[in-house]
Design a protein around this ligand. Structure first.
Ligand SMILES: C[S@@+](CC[C@H](N)C(=O)[O-])C[C@H]1O[C@@H](n2cnc3c(N)ncnc32)[C@H](O)[C@@H]1O
Length: 217
């Protein structure tokens, strides 16, 4: 089963496992970011449930959405219909999609539950490409899992058995993306926690740009 095959069931599967927690984490930036960005880059946005809300909230923004799954992008395009012609969909591996954007700089980058798809070695290669696409003082919103209790570790283990075994998910275990980001000069501010802190939404910014303008939400 690939993400293409999973696309029609993705939302139901998520609801069964997490209820509304993941969607709450996705939309947290829309409720806390006190600005209207001009442009937004979505990394692995999947079926477009964040995009739909973002189009309605960030009314002036233009979006680029990179995802390798054609069916996920088709779901997202359906959800975006009627909300203005403001989205460019790029069907590509994240690395190639980011490289294809060249000189574009985005005020906001969003990755919800997608860094966990990559092994750490791949993240090390992706991070500079993502950073290059972020405008000075831009904000990167990340939602992810954070397993500290036994049942959270067990659920994460089961999710990796499923996603690594049955989809294109490259990672076989949860990557320590937080350490990689902090080691390369990124700092975060928490936007919210759900499911006893198993789900976390954060705003990340380069430490150097925080000197000019602190993470402003
Ligand atoms: C776990 S889903 C998360 C989807 C969505 N962001 C969400 O909040 O539910 C991972 C998404 O990333 C995409 N993806 C996984 N690996 C990718 C890669 N190497 N390049 C581009 N997209 C990728 C998948 O197609 C899928 O839509």
């Amino acid at each position: 089963m690939s993400y293409d095959a999973l696309a029609p069931f993705y939302e139901s599967l998520e609801r069964l496992t997490f209820g509304r927690a993941l969607q709450a984490a996705r939309v947290a930036p829309l409720q806390t970011h006190g600005r209207q960005p001009k442009n937004v880059l979505l990394l692995g946005d999947g079926d477009g449930r964040f995009l739909e809300q973002a189009l309605a909230t960030w009314k002036e923004a233009r979006f680029v959405s990179i995802d390798q799954s054609g069916r996920m992008l088709a779901c997202a395009a359906r959800r975006a219909r009627g909300l203005g012609n403001r989205v460019r969909f790029v069907q590509a591996d994240l690395h190639d999609g980011l490289a294809s954007l060249e000189a574009e700089a985005f005020e906001v980058i969003v990755s919800h539950f997608v860094l966990d798809c990559f092994p750490e070695a791949r993240l090390v290669a992706l991070l500079p490409l993502i950073e290059e696409r972020l405008a000075p003082q831009g904000m990167w919103f990340i939602s992810e899992f954070s397993a500290s209790r036994w049942w959270q570790r067990a659920l994460l283990w089961a999710m990796y058995r499923f996603f690594h075994g049955f989809t294109e998910t490259e990672a076989a275990r949860f990557p320590d993306y937080r350490r990689l980001l902090e080691e390369t000069g990124w700092r975060s501010k928490r936007l919210g926690l759900w499911r006893r802190a198993f789900v976390v939404a954060e705003a990340w910014q380069r430490e150097s740009s925080q000197g000019c303008e602190k993470v402003r939400l």
